[in-house]
Design a protein around this ligand. Structure first.
Ligand SMILES: Nc1ncnc2c1ncn2[C@@H]1O[C@H](COP(=O)(O)OP(=O)(O)OP(=O)(O)O)[C@@H](O)[C@H]1O
Ligand SMILES: [Mg+2]
Length: 260
């Protein structure tokens, strides 16, 4: 993918500036029997172009938080501000449209459509998301560029079932890039992969920050957590550890690691 395309929607997001502000979010689940506070007054910022890790034990609220960051779920209290705009101000329909062009989602179990080829999976995302501002006549070329970004341009006509898990996750990342979103979120993107494929997938996600993307990922893997530019650790819905970072320093570190 061309740098200019990767950074096309990077408005208001200088390196180091807060792209996402999480302001005192709480999330309560209300069953008939009891109320459970899943996230309790969470506040942090995610600078643009960072590789941001959300870690913590099972059940601590990582996926709930990710769903709130993407507007899939709404907090009971507090708000998320994305590039200066509060998500809560948008209607459900506007949020769904916004998500299609601003957030690329990568799932633990890939979730490619099994009856569509690699290329068709990426083209479908373009169709559903409106092409991220690209004119339709450039979609095919752009889909190939997305596949090239993840090293899958040689397999456009394969079905997902004819690919390894790591290859399927590469295609899923290409699909997440299709509409040129400034942010990618990934909930345990390597959780279903062997350690070597996990490391390769992680390198691809990390390299996307150099294309101007902000990558937010949930992981249980301490090795992958340590490679983040910044991040938070949750326990029982509270932030117990917060790592702010200087995006520029980490970009350099990643570049150095790639050369080794
Ligand atoms: N709809 C729901 N109803 C009741 N409890 C819920 C609901 N959604 C989440 N929870 C609870 O909220 C807590 C946080 O869930 P969440 O899925 O965010 O955890 P997580 O950190 O992503 O865990 P894991 O690492 O296992 O994926 C858990 O205790 C979970 O059981
Ligand atoms: Mg989870």
């Amino acid at each position: 993918m061309h740098k200019s395309q990767g950074t096309q929607r990077q408005t208001n997001s200088r390196d180091g500036a807060a792209l996402i502000q999480v302001e005192h979010i709480s999330r309560m689940i209300d069953s008939r029997i009891q109320q459970t506070l899943i996230l309790d007054d969470i506040a942090f910022t995610i600078p643009a172009r960072t590789l941001f890790a959300i870690t913590g034990p099972s059940g601590c609220g990582k996926s709930t938080l990710l769903n709130i960051l993407t507007g899939i779920d709404r907090p009971n209290d507090g708000r998320v501000i994305f590039a200066g705009e509060p998500l809560l101000a948008k209607s459900e329909n506007a949020l769904a449209r916004w998500r299609g062009t601003h957030i690329g989602i990568v799932f633990q179990f890939f979730q490619l459509l099994p009856t569509l080829t690699v290329l068709e999976n990426v083209l479908l995302a373009l169709e559903l998301g409106g092409g991220g501002g690209l004119p339709r006549q450039h979609w095919l070329e752009h889909a190939y560029l997305c596949l090239e970004t993840v090293g899958m341009q040689a397999y456009p006509n394969r079905l997902p079932g004819q690919l390894s898990g790591g290859q399927q996750q590469r295609v899923a990342i290409a699909r997440a890039l299709a509409n040129n979103p400034p942010v990618l979120v990934a909930d345990e993107p390597t959780g279903n992969l062997d350690s070597s494929s996990a490391q390769q997938i992680f390198k691809i996600l990390a390299s996307l920050t150099e294309l101007g993307k902000t990558v937010i990922y949930v992981t249980h893997d301490p090795l992958l957590a340590r490679q983040a530019t910044a991040g938070i650790e949750l326990i029982d819905g509270h932030i117990v550890n917060q790592r702010n970072a200087n995006a520029a320093i980490t970009s350099d570190r990643l570049r150095t690691e790639k050369l080794q």
